[in-house]
Design a protein around this ligand. Structure first.
Ligand code: HEM
Ligand code: HEM
Length: 137
């Protein structure tokens, strides 16, 4: 049963790598095309949300089996992240389709996305410490 608990953390580590790759592409402009940046952006958001649902399902089935994982504010931060994904993604589309708004919106798009990566690190801290306590219990 305990083995179930490692799938979501490992999947989210892969999601983080995709997010960092896309941020690097935006910042350095290396291999940057809108198509590529859009695809990896959608992959990052999509994987994170898929991982979120997986995390909830696994937590629920562990609880049903009588196990408790202490994750602090992991769930609340997860929902905050989804809100930021929607906001940052919509701004990215606006930057592309409304070039006159580019100057004002681009930094907001950039910093919101970078904020999601910082929150991701926070999720890794609460997630891995909860996982470790659970696995060692
Ligand atoms: C490397 C980063 C992360 C680690 C190590 C981690 C770890 C965990 C662990 C150990 C659990 C308990 C269930 C299980 O073992 O599968 C969990 C649950 C969960 N995770 Fe994560 N997680 C990470 C990132 C994320 C991110 C980025 C999100 C949201 C976008 C997220 C959303 C959730 C949710 C919603 C739950 C269920 C919590 C509940 O129902 O109380 N996690 N996570
Ligand atoms: C589907 C979602 C996304 C869309 C539609 C989108 C769209 C855009 C667009 C249109 C630009 C400006 C390109 C230009 O004309 O110069 C841009 C830049 C950028 N994006 Fe995204 N993006 C998305 C996801 C992401 C994600 C997930 C990240 C980071 C995790 C990110 C980070 C950046 C960065 C750092 C820049 C460069 C900003 C600058 O040069 O100051 N984007 N994005």
């Amino acid at each position: 049963m305990k083995i179930l608990s490692v799938f979501h953390p490992l999947f989210q580590v892969a999601t983080f790598v995709v997010g960092v790759y896309n941020a690097r592409m935006g910042i350095t402009r290396k291999n940057f095309t809108y198509r590529r940046h859009f695809r990896f952006g959608m992959l990052y958001y999509g994987m994170a949300v898929l991982g979120l649902s997986g995390g909830m399902m696994i937590t629920e089935s562990l609880e049903e089996a009588g196990h408790e994982i202490e994750l602090g504010s992991h769930l609340e931060i997860a929902f905050l992240m989804v809100f930021l994904f929607v906001l940052a993604g919509v701004l990215g589309l606006l930057v592309h389709y409304r070039p006159n708004l580019r100057k004002g919106l681009m930094p907001v798009h950039k910093y919101l996305n970078l904020a999601t990566l910082l929150l991701f690190i926070y999720q890794a801290v609460t997630g891995f410490s909860g996982l470790l306590r659970f696995l060692l219990s």
